[in-house]
Structure formats: structure tokens, C-alpha cells
Design a protein around this ligand. Structure first.
Ligand code: M6R
Length: 366
């Protein structure tokens, strides 16, 4: 049942190239130059007229929502707010008729997300679900939606659900951007082409496994770890930290790299591993200077870089290469080595990878 893998988590990490293809199926039509998601087509006017998109989710799905915030704002120029479902539901939030609510949930059963959806519906907002489990409570409670089609995710640590959520939300943003005319035609076609390459690029990123395992062996006994990223990869830093916390029980924190100087930098010394997501993209020079700041305080740098990088390589203690792609799609690749890193560290620490302590696959109680 684990397909020759030691754990469901590893199997699911390796399923990502195919899972992403399944998310694309019938929707990403590069030859025709179109993206077609029936739930979006049926409600295109609502998305086009949205004054704001509110994303509600928990945990890893909330991180996918944060990536989507950057993508929707850039592509479709719609303001986005990403909310923890548990906070949203108890806050008496302002929800306006022209708000579109997107609820993201792998299981479709998360109690807080479900309650937040009900609240949003009562306020008259249109609620769209992004779920993996077909026929789940959230998929039934929302007005419309689209499935990620990642296939069953058994490991408690979410992996393929995350990358397929980002994939689906990216497709949605492209469709809406095209309809609204907020993205140049040439850029739109380029994204379609680049998206189609993503499954192969994810497969290439998975080849970092041996390198990541060797790095895991060096840091497996660290009591703490910091993850840093900027822009589209800031949420990836949060997700990398969450993965490490939940399956290896190492205290980890994710931050936007530039926030370091506002406090967390005080934590840096020669015992602190810092995972920096530093692909060659916009603000690359900024992340290079963030790395220099950490090096100056003797922190240990594990950097995720674009293949062929030299500048970060010269500064970092370890580098993990990912293939080149456009900035907006880089979270789909940068996530891969972070999943592998947490997996190998957890295995080396004899942790129960698929069933970490105190956690359940779907959180159906608040
Ligand atoms: O099923 P959902 O996507 O609604 O679940 C949300 C969180 O409980 C979930 O992502 C959790 O954070 C994972 N264990 C993270 O790996």
C-alpha cells in the first residue's frame, strides 16, 4: 500500500509530479491557450466583480492561501486577505456582498473552516471551496468549488495536498486575470507553458533527495531551526517550519527574511541552522544580504537555490538546487526539498512520521 516506500509521507512527496498533472487534467489546455475550471467558469462574473477575496483555511492549507494571496494580487489585481478560520469565525468579521470567499481544505472536514464558511454564507458572500476529498463536508457546504484531485493523502503531514492547492489556485488566478485583462496576453501564455513543465521540474527537484538526506544527518539533533523566505516563498518558509515541527518535534519558526532584523536575529549563533529559500528571482540581492547578516553572526545556512547559482553558494554552508522557473511558480519547487528535509530528520530521530504525536489527519473538533 505504501508502493515500496517506507512511509506514506515519502510516497506522497514522490507522487507530486503526477498529482500536479491530475490537478491540471482537462483544465490547463496549453494548445488552446485556455484554462478551464468548471466551478470558475460557472461563476466567472462573481470572481471578476470581486472587490476582495477572503481566503479561509487552517495549517498547511492556510499557507497555500498565503501563496495564493501573492499570486491573485499580482495576476488578477484583486485585494486578498488570508484568514485563519478559527480567528475569522469568532471575530465578527466584515464580509461584504462583493467579497468572494475561498475556503481551502485538504480533508474538507476541518471544523473551524466549516464554521467559517457557514458564517460567510450568512453574510451573503459567494463561497468557493478548494478541497481534495471528494464529497467532503466543505465541498458540500460551499456554493461552488474545484477539487485538487491529489488522490488520498494518508500521512498526517500535508505534502501533495499543498502543492496541488497552489497549482489549482494559480490556474484560477490565471483564468480570472485573463478575463479581467489584468495580465498581458504574452505573460499569460508564458505562464501556461511554464505550468505545464512544473511536474517535470518537481521530479527534478526530487533528485535533491540524497543531498537533503546528508544535510538532515548533520542537523538532526538541532533543538531549533529558522526558515526564511521572501515574496512568493515567504509562505514556503512557514510551511517548511511547520513540517519540521509536526513530524520531527524540533522547534522551528518561519519568517519573512527581512523581518529577522526586527527580533529573531537575536537567536542566531553557531548552533542555529537557518534554512533560506533563495532562488534567483526578484529581490535576490536582498536575500543575499539577509544571508550575509546571518553569516556575520555565525548561523549555519542551508540555502535552497536555483540550479547554477554561485553567489549564495559562496556564502552558504549547504545548498540544495531546484530548477529555474518564474517567480510565481517557484513555491511549487522550493517546497520539495523542505518536505524531504523534515522527512529525513524525523526518520533519523525515530519519530512516527505518518502519525505524529498529538495530531490527527482531519481536525473535526475545534
Ligand atoms: O484538511 P485541512 O486542509 O483543512 O487541514 C488543515 C490542517 O489541519 C492541516 O493542513 C495540518 O496543518 C497538517 N497536519 C499540516 O501538515
Amino acid at each position: 500500500e505504501k508502493g515500496g516506500f517506507d512511509h506514506f509521507m515519502l510516497k506522497e512527496i514522490y507522487e507530486q509530479p503526477n498529482a500536479i498533472k491530475d490537478t491540471f487534467r482537462g483544465r490547463l489546455r496549453v494548445a488552446e491557450g485556455i484554462v478551464k475550471i468548471s466551478g470558475v467558469e460557472d461563476n466567472l462574473q462573481k470572481f471578476m466583480n470581486a472587490d476582495r477575496i477572503l481566503i479561509i483555511a487552517c495549517g498547511t492549507s492556510w499557507h497555500a492561501g498565503l501563496v495564493a494571496e501573492y499570486i491573485f494580487e499580482e495576476f488578477a489585481r484583486i485585494p486578498v486577505e488570508v484568514e485563519y478560520a478559527s480567528e475569522f469565525r469568532y471575530r465578527n468579521p466584515v464580509i461584504r456582498p462583493n467579497d468572494v470567499v475561498i475556503a481551502i481544505s485538504q480533508s474538507g472536514e476541518t471544523a473551524d473552516t466549516l464554521a467559517a464558511i457557514k458564517l460567510a454564507k450568512e453574510s451573503g458572500a459567494f463561497v468557493f471551496g478548494v478541497c481534495n476529498v471528494v464529497g467532503s463536508s466543505i465541498s458540500r457546504e460551499t456554493h461552488s468549488g474545484a477539487y485538487t484531485h491529489a488522490g488520498p493523502e494518508i500521512g498526517v503531514a500535508s505534502t501533495k495536498a499543498f502543492t496541488t492547492q497552489i497549482t489549482l489556485l494559480t490556474l484560477m488566478a490565471l483564468r480570472i486575470a485573463r478575463a479581467k485583462g489584468t495580465m498581458a496576453r504574452a505573460d499569460y501564455y508564458r505562464y501556461l507553458q511554464e505550468l505545464e513543465l512544473v511536474p517535470d521540474l518537481v521530479a527534478e527537484a526530487l533528485k535533491s533527495n540524497d543531498n537533503v538526506q546528508a544535510i538532515a544527518a548533520i542537523y538532526k539533533d538541532a533543538p531549533n531551526c529558522i526558515y526564511l523566505g521572501r515574496g512568493y516563498n515567504y509562505p514556503v518558509a512557514l510551511e517548511g517550519a511547520l513540517k519540521l515541527k509536526e513530524i520531527s518535534y524540533i522547534h522551528a519558526e518561519g519568517y519573512p527574511a527581512a523581518e529577522m532584523k526586527h527580533g529573531p536575529i537575536a537567536l542566531i549563533d553557531e548552533r542555529m541552522p537557518v534554512v533560506v529559500i533563495a532562488p534567483k528571482q526578484e529581490h535576490y540581492d536582498k536575500i543575499v544580504s539577509n544571508i550575509q547578516e546571518i553569516k556575520a553572526r555565525s548561523g549555519k545556512i542551508i540555502a535552497v537555490v536555483t540550479k547554477g547559482d554561485t553567489q549564495v553558494k559562496a556564502l552558504a554552508d549547504h545548498v540544495i538546487e531546484i530548477p529555474e522557473t518564474s517567480d510565481a511558480l517557484s513555491p511549487l519547487l522550493a517546497t520539495i526539498p523542505l518536505q524531504l528535509l523534515s522527512y529525513h530528520i524525523a526518520v533519523m530521530r525515530n519519530c512516527n512520521v505518518d502519525q505524529p504525536r498529538n495530531l490527527a489527519k482531519s481536525v473535526t473538533v475545534e
